[in-house]
Ligand binder design. Structure first.
Ligand code: ADP
Length: 555
């Protein structure tokens, strides 16, 4: 018998970021947005910000920005950037946050690929645009955001575009703006992947995906940001929308504390966190490594911070232990630009044995509600069991997962049945905890087997004299590839740690055939624009493995 479909009687409410704007205006107007600027601390409330957002939308319209047009930002984490986060998508245009650490040719590529029309730039970042003169023709207008005295407005003589000044631009507009009715499927924002393993590709978020992702981020078992929190995102606003935290903070009503251009300075972060009663921090492991060292040396502590979200690359065990020992609790999360970025969070489920707690917090956690995950065999494509042993490529699907890239790059990223191939290789245990083994491009293929560069790095970084270590696979005549360690000694042990010592240390920690062929000491591991180990660069500059270098069996 055929069952007649009956429609639900709920409203077709379009999910859009205008809802978040509505909340900051009506419910969170007293909450502060604080920015560290060159001349001191800048404060504004959401209530004061809303008329500015309206003016900004008016200005964009006057500049000829139409629905769907891309509006780029080249800016630090600051309050004007947040105003753009609201005004641009809520007026129907697409916010394109440019990664300020990209090489000029990458910036040129993505500005042209996105066909950005207007560019908002922090004055301190203006020099980054010099090499782009004459190369970004789609940008018709540039808007300079200055903190101090009015900027020198060089107009067309800079060779880039007409240059306006942010405050003057918005001052000329009305504090009311008739926000248009938006469809939830419209594009709201664009972020490019940071190109860790290839060329940057444009990920285009919709209003609907951003809305649902915001609700997802706020769940207690996900990041669990609340109205009572004061959030300091060290993760840049150009890196997967600062992990969706600005909208989550707006939805919840959390106070926002922005480090401005001082995000790489541990002392500034600590001072700001102390002064502004910050409870919630977010950033990549390299940031916390520096912060932990600063706290240990200075003896300072941040007792009000309840959560330090850490993702972007695997959290080394030593980092989590060090942070625990100084009272900062890391919440490990996994995701990528294409997953908005929240994919999974390592919360320890009820019933776990206390002795397993650290181990579970060090996994990439369990998939976030709203997202489905599976692991699949790289050659056959078959789905693999969640037995904690089999490993394969992570594939995901859900309402905030990309289904393609801007301009149709890399169509093969979606499987035939519609799952997104992440390029990350993992095991999943029967309780659903994900353990990332590697990225498909970084995993070391040795003698037909795989060596996890990530696990090897973690084992090396546990050595008491080592500060950081990256492992890459280099070509080997017999084994196809063999692991080579690039290690940085802790400053006090510089020149005092040997290859043999590191290899001996690993002997009872990894399988014999995982032992690296060489340990090369360097001053610093090169980092990508978002603070990850730049293995692509290491590989490109690596000298070949020494002729006759130790083979694992001979060690
Ligand atoms: P890019 O791909 O250019 O590095 P993303 O910031 O989108 O830019 O990086 C996403 C990737 O970062 C993931 O696919 C994964 O390899 C890595 N990653 C993110 N979070 C974690 C984590 N918690 N543990 C291990 N790897 C992670």
């Amino acid at each position: 018998m055929e069952v007649a479909a009956v429609e639900g009687l709920m409203q077709d409410y379009e999910l859009s970021l205008q809802h978040v704007l509505w909340r900051i205006e009506r419910l969170h107007q007293k909450r502060e947005v604080v920015t560290k600027r060159d001349e001191g601390i800048h404060r504004i409330t959401y209530g004061e910000m809303v008329p500015r957002i309206n003016r900004l939308a008016g200005a964009l319209k006057q500049l000829g920005v139409k629905p769907g047009d891309r509006v780029a930002t080249l800016a630090w984490n600051n309050s004007r950037h947040l105003e753009l986060y609201y005004a641009v998508p809520c007026m129907g245009a697409v916010l394109h946050t440019l990664n300020l650490r990209l090489f000029p040719q990458h910036l040129e590529f993505i500005i042209n690929d996105a066909e950005d029309k207007v560019l908002f730039v922090d004055q301190s970042l203006l020099p980054l645009l010099k090499p782009l003169v004459g190369k970004i023709p789609t940008i018709k207008t540039m808007v300079l955001m200055t903190d101090g005295a009015a900027a020198p407005l060089s107009g067309k003589e800079n060779g880039l575009a007409d240059m306006l000044e942010y405050e003057a631009l918005i001052a000329a507009q009305s504090t009311d703006y008739p926000w248009p009715k938006l469809s939830e499927r419209m594009a709201a924002a664009m972020c490019y992947t940071s190109g860790t393993t290839g060329n940057p590709k444009g990920v285009v978020y919709s209003h609907r995906s951003q809305f649902i992702h915001t609700m997802g981020v706020l769940q207690g078992d996900n990041l669990g940001l609340t109205e009572n929190d004061a959030l300091l995102p060290v993760v840049p606003m150009f890196h997967a929308n600062s992990w969706g935290l600005p909208y989550a903070a707006g939805m919840a009503g959390s106070k926002m504390v922005f480090p401005g251009r001082f995000s790489a300075d541990a002392k500034s972060i600590v001072e700001l966190a102390e002064q502004e009663n910050v409870t919630f921090l977010a950033g990549v492991p390299t940031v916390w490594l520096v912060l932990a060292n600063y706290l240990k040396e200075s003896g300072k502590r941040l007792p009000k911070v309840r959560t330090v979200v850490c993702g972007g690359s695997a959290v080394p065990r030593t980092l989590m232990e060090t942070m625990d020992s100084i009272g900062l609790r890391i919440l490990h999360a996994w995701g990528m630009t294409e997953t908005s970025p929240l994919g999974s969070v390592a919360r320890v489920a009820a019933g776990a044995k206390p002795e397993d707690e650290l181990k579970l917090r060090l996994t990439q956690g369990r998939v976030a509600p709203g997202v489905e995950i599976r692991i699949s065999d790289p050659t056959s494509g078959e789905e693999l069991p969640w037995d904690g042993v089999a490993f394969g490529e992570i594939q995901v699907r859900g309402p905030w997962i990309a289904r393609g890239y801007h301009n149709g790059y890399d169509p093969g990223k979606l499987t035939e049945d519609g799952w997104f191939r992440t390029g990350d290789v993992a095991r999943i245990d029967p309780d659903g905890y994900i353990q990332i083994v590697d990225r498909t491009k970084d995993v070391i293929k040795s003698g037909g087997e795989w060596i996890s560069s990530v696990e090897l790095e973690n084992a090396v970084m546990a050595h008491p004299k080592i500060m950081e270590a990256a492992v890459i696979g280099l070509p080997h005549v017999k084994w196809d590839e063999r692991p080579v360690v690039y290690a940085v000694a802790k400053p006090e042990f510089k020149g005092q740690v040997t290859e043999a010592e590191v290899i001996d240390f690993l002997r009872d920690k990894v399988a014999k055939w995982w032992l690296p062929d060489e340990v090369r000491f360097i001053d610093e591991v090169p980092k990508t624009s978002v603070g990850k180990f730049d293995k692509k660069l290491l590989r490109a500059n690596a000298v070949p493995i020494k002729e006759g270098a130790t083979e694992p069996a001979r060690k």
